[in-house]
Every structure is written in structure tokens, then in C-alpha cells.
Design a protein around this ligand. Structure first.
Ligand code: SF4
Length: 210
């Protein structure tokens, strides 16, 4: 895919969704961090159902620690891997309290040292809470980037690094959300809905439907 086509691809995605954002509900960088930690292998919808009640009583690291493991488990037990996630959340809150005065740190290195926080979670927090032009490649972005020809790669890291190189600067901050939402609702894994795809004419996927 050449640069003029990439430019047009993002212009099309922007036309249908000028201000894309995460579907996770949050009011602060701390709430976003916790929501992203909970969202691994879970839907945003299921996370929102749990965090609406959880954040009403624990919207800071200190309050989360005061809540304790048993009560935290109760709030998140409908979410996959909830036991591991509860341990990671509390260990993360301890570090935030002890080392960062209860704030979420703003660098990748610091974020990735928090329990349960990998490159993808750090990228989401850096992008969505702190406005950095990072691109967190998940299963949806990986699929869309490969199918369209925007940034082909065998691993999520390869795709991420390619996207950072080829996404036009003007679109880099929101690229993450445009590509996720496109993969989640249009370019679906099993049956892409090519007949209603706004980038159909630009996409290089050889098995386009319709
Ligand atoms: S044309 Fe089809 S395969 Fe290509 S991006 Fe659109 S939905 Fe996905």
C-alpha cells in the first residue's frame, strides 16, 4: 500500500468517526489503567458492567487497597482471569501509592514495570490517557493491518512498529481507535462486512466479500 492510499484510508475512517475513542468507561488515568488491566481476554462491555460499581467505591489506588482482595474479587468475578487480575490490580495499586504518590506514571518503562501491565496496556494508557501517538496492536488491529495491506507482519510487535512508521502523522494519535473499531464492527474475524466497508476500494485483501 502506498502513502497516498494510506492517507485516503485514514481520511475515510475519519469521515465516519471524526473523534474515535475507547469504549471502556473511565474518569481518570487510574480508572483507565484498571479498566485496561481487566479487559485482557474480556469484552469492554463486561468490563464496564463491573467497573461502574467498582469505581463508585474505589476510584483511587488507596481506596482500591482499602477495599481488599475479597471485596475486589466480588466486583470483578464475572470477568475472565479475575483472580490473577485482582492480585495484579492490588500489587499495582501498592506501587502507585508507594512510588508515584497515587498517580499513574507517564512513561512506557514505568508503566511496564507495574504487575499485569505489558506493552499493549502501556500503549493504551499512553495514548488514551496521556495523548501520546502510540498504537496498541490487539487482535483487531493485527487483522485489519494485515488484511488491508496497511502494515503486514507476523507478530503484533512487527505490525505495531510498521504502523508507527507508515501511519500519516496527522492520523497517528487516533489510528489505534479507528483500526480497533473498524476491526470490531466491520472487518470482523470470521466474516468481514466488506459490503458496508468505507475503505473497500483501498483494501488489498484478496478474499473481500461482496
Ligand atoms: S474490504 Fe473487507 S477485508 Fe477489507 S477492510 Fe473492509 S471489511 Fe476488511
Amino acid at each position: 500500500m502506498n502513502s497516498a492510499t494510506r492517507q485516503e484510508l485514514f481520511a475515510c475512517l475519519k469521515t465516519v468517526n471524526p473523534n474515535p475513542t475507547t469504549e471502556l468507561e473511565y474518569q481518570s488515568s487510574f480508572e483507565l489503567l484498571i479498566a485496561v488491566l481487566l479487559s485482557a481476554q474480556a469484552t469492554d462491555k463486561s468490563v464496564n458492567l463491573a467497573t461502574r460499581k467498582l469505581f463508585a467505591v474505589a476510584d483511587t489506588p488507596r481506596k482500591m487497597l482499602m477495599l481488599g482482595e475479597e471485596r475486589l474479587l466480588d466486583f470483578i468475578k464475572s470477568i475472565g482471569l479475575f483472580k490473577t487480575k485482582a492480585k495484579n490490580i492490588l500489587a499495582t495499586c501498592r506501587i502507585l501509592e508507594q512510588q508515584y504518590n497515587g498517580e499513574v506514571p507517564r512513561t512506557r518503562e514505568q508503566l511496564e514495570q507495574l504487575p499485569g501491565v505489558g506493552r499493549k496496556t502501556a500503549n493504551v494508557v499512553l495514548n488514551t490517557a496521556f495523548g501520546e501517538p502510540t498504537i496498541a496492536v490487539d487482535t483487531h488491529i493485527f487483522r485489519v493491518a494485515n488484511r488491508t495491506g496497511l502494515a503486514r507482519g507476523k507478530s503484533v510487535l512487527e505490525v505495531e512498529l510498521k504502523l508507527l512508521k507508515v501511519v500519516p502523522k496527522a492520523y497517528r494519535h487516533d489510528a489505534h481507535h479507528w483500526l480497533i473499531l473498524h476491526g470490531r464492527y466491520v472487518c470482523k474475524a470470521r466474516k468481514p462486512e466488506c459490503n458496508r466497508c468505507v475503505i473497500y476500494h483501498l483494501c488489498e485483501y484478496k478474499d473481500k466479500t461482496a
